[in-house]
Design a protein around this ligand. Structure first.
Ligand code: NAP
Length: 285
């Protein structure tokens, strides 16, 4: 199978490298040229024309639109477009229509897992759409992942992905606030994390982010700007559903973006706790 990876950012680059290492024929396209990568192809349209399966993993709905507008003229029956960027159910349906009009098949396959999971081929994909299209994509997705969950019709996988990310953003904030309290009480990070591991509040997220929280490492596995985007898409998708904590967490992400932290890892929002004036101080001011 000829494979195309569109978007060679944190995740797309690792996926393309792994598939290339497996001996697959991979063409990788990125808006900003990545000439250091052996599979980089400067022309999106020729990469699309030569691919049986196309993986899209770019920033957001406008980015997916830009990629599809470039490649749609050469899409045709027999090809499968797998859209893995985190976008809304509404945008998913729109893009599926654009792709299917060309004769090509469309699958939504957003995923859980950040850079380390990508490197270790431990992604979890949520697939939405026609299950027979998933079966055509499965051998490729299986090389990148530890699980592929079929969720349901188009849009359902994107909705689930957004639901998972609001949980992660809130768990991250709870972890940061909990550690801030412990630190303020003079409790060391060694004591804090060893105690956390012994109670039900310990999470996969705490295990993943403990080294970053201890060292203050802000290099991105998953960036502030993408979590902020996901929270916004989740709020749009929620429509009239009242999700009060989501609104509060979105304010923190807006603050982080205003401080220029867009490219930093989302756990680095812990810095806000040291920067923001406390309620007590505000009252006294
Ligand atoms: P990233 O490192 O920020 O890469 C974003 C990619 O999108 C880059 O290739 C960028 O190209 C491209 N892009 C942005 N705007 C574009 C446009 N208008 N037209 C064409 N290409 C455009 O992002 P990432 O972390 O790999 O994430 C990619 C997607 O996966 C996002 O939807 C994210 O929410 C989702 N996701 C990420 C993770 C994670 O942990 N990293 C986990 C789950 C889901 P340039 O290089 O030219 O800017």
């Amino acid at each position: 199978m000829n494979l195309g990876v569109f978007g060679l950012g944190i995740i797309g680059r690792v996926w393309a490298e792994n598939l290339h290492r497996d001996g697959e024929v991979v063409r990788g396209w990125n808006r900003t040229p990545k000439k250091d990568l052996p599979f980089f192809t400067a022309d999106a349209r020729s990469a699309a024309a030569a691919s049986d399966l196309l993986l899209l993993v770019v920033a957001d709905p406008p980015a997916v639109q830009e990629v599809l507008d470039r490649i749609a003229p050469v899409l045709r029956a027999g090809q499968v477009v797998v859209q893995s960027s985190t976008i809304s159910p509404e945008a998913t349906l729109r893009f599926a229509g654009q792709v299917e009009k060309t004769g090509a098949s469309f699958l939504e396959a957003p995923f859980m897992g950040s850079r380390p999971a990508a490197e270790q081929r431990q992604m979890v994909f949520y697939a939405g759409g026609d299950s027979s299209v998933l079966e055509r994509a499965r051998p490729v997705l299986a090389r990148l992942s530890r699980a592929i969950e079929y969720i349901g019709p188009l849009g359902s996988a994107s909705a689930l992905k957004l639901a998972m990310n609001i949980n992660i953003a809130m768990v991250a904030q709870a972890l940061c606030e909990s550690r801030a309290l412990a630190r303020a009480a003079g409790i060391s990070d060694d004591r804090y994390f060893s105690a956390l591991k012994l109670n039900v509040g310990h999470s996969g997220l705490a295990a993943l982010k403990e080294p970053k929280l201890r060292s203050g490492d802000i290099t991105p596995q998953f960036s502030v700007k993408h979590m902020a985007k996901d929270l916004r898409l989740a709020a749009e998708t929620a429509g009239g559903l009242d999700l009060p904590q989501l609104k509060e967490v979105m304010k923190l992400y807006a603050d982080a973006l205003a401080r220029g932290w867009a490219e930093d890892d989302f756990i680095s929002l812990t810095r806000l706790l040291a920067l923001r004036p406390s309620a007590a101080r505000k009252e006294g001011a």
